[in-house]
Design a protein around this ligand. Structure first.
Ligand SMILES: NC(=O)c1ccc[n+]([C@@H]2O[C@H](COP(=O)([O-])OP(=O)(O)OC[C@H]3O[C@@H](n4cnc5c(N)ncnc54)[C@H](O)[C@@H]3O)[C@@H](O)[C@H]2O)c1
Length: 485
């Protein structure tokens, strides 16, 4: 904790209307380091009243923020971006302490998170309207675009910085103001971002951070008529609930929810490249990524070769431990419940006939660490086939032909990320078209990019973040029908 205070970005207060505040009740959230189980620090546990004050502040700040030119807003976002990069080490250190991911990955997340501020600063300059051929002579129809207004954002713990900037960058660039509720496990990354936003000169009330009671904060956001849009990243279960709540005031809503990503390896794939992609798509963030592979579908003719190569890579490349230690590339899971879920998925698969190749148990380090695990001969009725494991478990499902692979890949309520490896160009297009997913990685295990429209179909959500589409989520159109007489 002392090391964190030295970062000068450690701030145990909520941020409302440009002020650092405690909870009215004086209540605190204990933030726990998932590696050591020690308390990182305490953060105020805000409720409905403080959130309504933050919404009032965002509403009061809206007219001036909206009235600025997009260039002026972009300049402030770029300053915020630069400050994030300047403080990359400190931000990463905070993140590793509260979230557990290895320092190198945390540093990578800061660069990724900052990239959204830059991307949307640039995109803000390209909010074009339209002129449309009118239905009647002597008329003109002109379409203009406007910020939706005050935004309520709720974010998860697995990407404590990027999930905030991906929303706030777009919202602020569009001319909206925002109130962010970060996950209770990772609020220090959020208040550190607020400190940098303040230093960048983002005016008070434009960006607010309210850590605290999820239910109360969500209630304030969805019952206030001042909030015109809700943007949520997290579980499908909570997303469903929020969508129903947002219906009350017909608030716009974007939902980035869970996934059950397939990673298909066809027999014509470059197996070494597929293993490299598999390692990235599976073990980043200890497997706690919404786009992380949940099911490896491997053609039967290459399944043994793929498993052998993957086992070699897992044995030689993965080092489990405290993310602040050098050489560690798999940190702890977020909490005990997460460890239990991975154990249950492994046990259920083995009990039902899957074969254990590597690991299969919590790590000897104890606590929230889990040993990277490989199981094969997995089938569709096992838990790992149906639910997001969110841990370092690679489950191999064999298949015989292309159509079976596609059917297996689509046999889930989710539709976020998918991946496949093939060197056959015809198959690349066929399979890409057939996968019912918002994102398809072809011969790559890393797909996230600020320039691309991130998001899912089916129970994985609504709306897109990143790309020019991400900005559109915070804009609405108005058309003028002008009669020239
Ligand atoms: N699609 C994406 O872009 C994306 C990105 C990251 C994570 N995720 C998903 O997020 C999930 C993991 O995150 P999590 O465990 O933090 O999810 P979660 O749904 O439990 O929590 C997400 C956020 O919602 C809040 N929350 C919890 N209960 C709430 C309620 N009743 N009303 C309003 N807010 C509530 C939490 O405090 C947190 O801030 C996984 O399913 C993962 O796939 C999706």
């Amino acid at each position: 904790m002392e090391a964190l205070k030295e970062t000068q970005l450690y701030c145990p207060f909520a941020y409302i209307d440009g002020s650092w505040v405690a909870a009215d009740s004086g209540e605190q959230i204990n933030v726990i380091n998932p590696a050591s189980q020690e308390i990182v620090g305490d953060m105020p546990r805000l409720g409905k009243e403080e959130t309504l004050r933050a919404i009032d502040a965002a509403d009061a700040a809206l007219p001036a923020w909206r009235a600025m030119t997009s260039m002026e807003r972009a300049d402030l976002l770029l300053k915020w971006h630069d400050l994030m990069l300047e403080h990359q080490q400190d931000l990463a250190m905070l993140m590793t302490h509260e979230q557990g991911k290895p320092l190198k990955e945390a540093q990578g997340e800061i660069v990724y998170a900052a990239s959204f501020l830059r991307w949307f600063a640039e995109e803000a300059r390209r909010v074009y309207g339209e002129t449309i051929p009118p239905a009647k002579a002597n008329q003109r129809i002109v379409v203009t675009k406007h910020p939706v207004g005050v935004v309520g954002a709720i974010t998860p713990w697995n990407f404590p910085a990027a999930m905030i900037t991906r929303k706030a960058g777009a919202a602020l660039a569009a001319g909206c103001t925002i109130v962010v509720k970060p996950a209770s496990q990772t609020p220090f990354s959020a208040t550190a971002l607020a400190m940098l936003a303040e230093r960048a000169g983002i005016p008070r009330g434009v960006f607010n951070v309210v850590p605290g009671s999820a239910a109360e904060i969500a209630e304030a956001m969805t019952t206030s008529p001042k909030v015109r849009k809700i943007t949520f990243t997290g579980s499908t279960e909570v997303g469903r609930q929020l969508m129903a709540q947002a219906a009350e005031h017909i608030q716009k809503i974007s939902l980035e929810l869970g996934g059950n990503a397939p990673f298909i390896v066809f027999e014509d794939a470059d197996l070494d490249a597929a293993v490299e992609g598999a390692m990235a798509a599976k073990f980043r963030n200890a497997g706690q990524t919404c786009v992380c592979t949940n099911r490896f579908l491997v053609q039967s003719s290459v399944v043994n070769a793929f498993c052998e190569k993957l086992a070699v890579a897992m044995n030689s490349e993965l080092t489990v431990g405290d993310g602040t230690k050098s050489g560690v590339n798999i940190g702890p899971l977020i909490d005990e419940k997460a460890v239990k879920k991975v154990s249950e998925h492994v046990q259920d698969a083995i009990d039902n006939g899957a074969e254990l190749i590597l690991g299969g148990h919590p790590h000897p380090l104890g606590g929230n660490f889990f040993t990277p695990t490989l199981i094969s001969a997995v089938t569709k009725d096992m838990k790992v086939a149906k639910e997001e494991t969110f841990g370092p478990l690679a489950a191999i499902f064999p298949f015989d032909d292309e159509q079976t692979a596609i059917d297996m890949a689509n046999d889930t309520e989710y539709g976020l990320a998918s991946y496949f490896y093939s060197r056959d160009l015809g198959r690349v297009w066929r399979v890409s078209d057939a996968l019912e997913y918002g994102m398809v990685g072809v011969n790559t295990g890393l797909i996230s990019n600020a320039a691309a429209p991130f998001g899912g179909v089916k129970a994985s959500g609504l709306g897109r973040e990143g790309g020019h589409q991400g900005l559109e989520e915070f804009l609405e159109t108005k058309y003028l029908c002008i009669d020239l007489g």
